[in-house]
Design a protein around this ligand. Structure first.
Ligand SMILES: *Cc1c(COP(=O)(O)O)cnc(C)c1O
Length: 413
């Protein structure tokens, strides 16, 4: 169920009319629904029932402290990809002991911080990383718990920019090399193999790629155990898709049934790393129309949010619904919704049929909770948007709009 619905023609977030937030907090502004975040978390976590499991929310999807805090309160663990994300998890009250650390380029400092913080395990992505982690751990007199991120060579059937499980991907180690690497790691005194990991991509809308990957991973897990590696965790990554327009991703139940069907009998604790499926449809980006502009070829609508605020359309050719905060009747025309940024790719919504937007009218980019604010930049010296969290009939600013002075903080002219 969506928590962004029209009531008497006015778009609401839960019980709060969105125009009220836009007027008070200004635009562009991200608005999140606390109830949606809780429901999405409970749906994925609950779908695994009694089977031992841990949800490690993928911080990169939305790293705002208020979002992390809310999920930590629900019992979530975290999947991080940098020292900065670890710092955010700690600042938000998240448990390092429920945190896993992935990424192909961890620095020695990041490894040392994560080890000192006592994270659950490292997802190691190369032989050289394994060597370095061993050295960092021995310097602290510890054994670093790790899982090898293995590339199952499965086509996730998603946009090529967000597929990560193919042979040609920079992520993970080749499936065929896993045995040798675990054997090598066993001889390193600074390492302890605790699990096996994969992540095949993002915005996956079919169960078949998960099934194919996990069937391979499950067999490998068994073989490694038989060779005497005392693995306890099978980390299946994230990637469950959401509905932006017409997509029909598997439900949390179907997803869990698929995973448990493939690996439910291993006796492993299933770790999974959902990002988009928790925050994507829990957030919208509000924007105001600045100008309309008609050329012989196109009707443009220029809004005050740009690709620096919401990069997904420019980066992945992604589609976000674009809805008026107050519905009006009238004849629909085809428009291109563009931002103010000086780039031809700054088109946020292409060829949409809308009642011709008026100057000053307010709109929402839908499904903008994931990879929205966390990818926002200051390109064109644009301060990043504010963020608001709605809970029932209440709302509060959880991140202030950046001020222009913030734009040159740390600079020495
Ligand atoms: C990005 C990422 C995720 C989250 O992916 P979603 O598609 O947002 O669920 C999980 N694990 C790893 C290793 C990632 O890089």
């Amino acid at each position: 169920m969506s928590h962004f619905t029209y009531r008497k023609r006015v778009l609401h977030a839960e019980d709060v009319p969105l125009p009220a937030i836009a007027e008070a907090a200004g635009t562009p502004v991200y608005v999140y629904s606390a109830t949606a975040l809780r429901e999405h978390f409970q749906a994925v976590s609950g779908a695994f029932g009694e089977h031992p499991h841990l949800v490690c929310y993928a911080v990169k999807a939305n790293s705002t402290l208020a979002v992390l805090r809310l999920l930590a309160e629900q019992g979530s663990g975290f999947d991080i990809v940098s020292g900065g994300e670890l710092a955010r998890v700690k600042a938000a009250g998240g448990a390092p002991g429920k945190t896993v650390f992935a990424g192909v380029g961890k620095t020695p400092e990041e490894m040392a911080q994560a080890l000192a913080a006592g994270i659950l395990f490292f997802n190691v992505e190369s032989p050289e990383e394994l060597e370095l982690l061993d050295a960092v751990a021995r310097a602290q007199g510890k054994r670093a718990p790790f899982a090898l991120r293995v590339n199952p060579n499965v086509d996730a059937r998603t946009h090529r920019y967000i597929a990560t499980g193919l042979k040609t991907s920079k992520f993970g180690v080749p499936f065929e090399e896993a045995h040798a690497l675990y054997a090598r790691a066993r001889k390193m005194k600074g390492l302890e193999a605790v699990g096996l990991d994969c992540h095949i991509g993002s915005q996956i809308t079919l169960t078949s790629p998960f099934k194919a990957a996990l069937t391979k991973m499950g067999a490998l897990y068994k073989e490694l155990q038989a060779q005497g590696h005392a693995l306890r965790y099978l980390d299946v990554g994230g990637g469950l898709g959401i509905t932006y327009t017409e997509e029909t991703p598997p439900s949390a139940e179907e997803y869990a049934r698929t995973l448990l069907g493939a690996v439910g009998k291993l006796g492993a604790t299933i770790v999974f790393e959902p990002g988009r499926s928790i925050v994507g449809n829990a957030g919208v980006l509000l924007t105001r129309v600045l100008f309309r502009k008609k050329t012989p070829a196109r009707q443009f609508v220029v809004v005050d949010a740009g690709m620096n605020d919401l990069m997904r359309p420019a980066l992945y050719e992604a589609h976000h619904g674009f809805k008026p905060l107050v519905q009006r009747r009238g004849k629909e025309v085809e428009v291109d919704v563009v931002g103010p940024v000086c780039e031809s790719t700054d088109v946020l919504a292409r060829q949409r049929a809308l009642v011709l937007p008026q100057q000053g009218e307010l709109f929402a980019f839908m499904s903008a909770g994931a990879y929205g604010m966390s990818m926002a930049s200051n390109y064109n010296s644009r301060p990043r948007p504010a963020e608001v969290l709605v809970d029932g009939g209440a709302w509060r600013v959880v991140r202030e709009r950046e001020r222009v002075e913030d734009l040159w903080r740390g600079e020495h002219p």
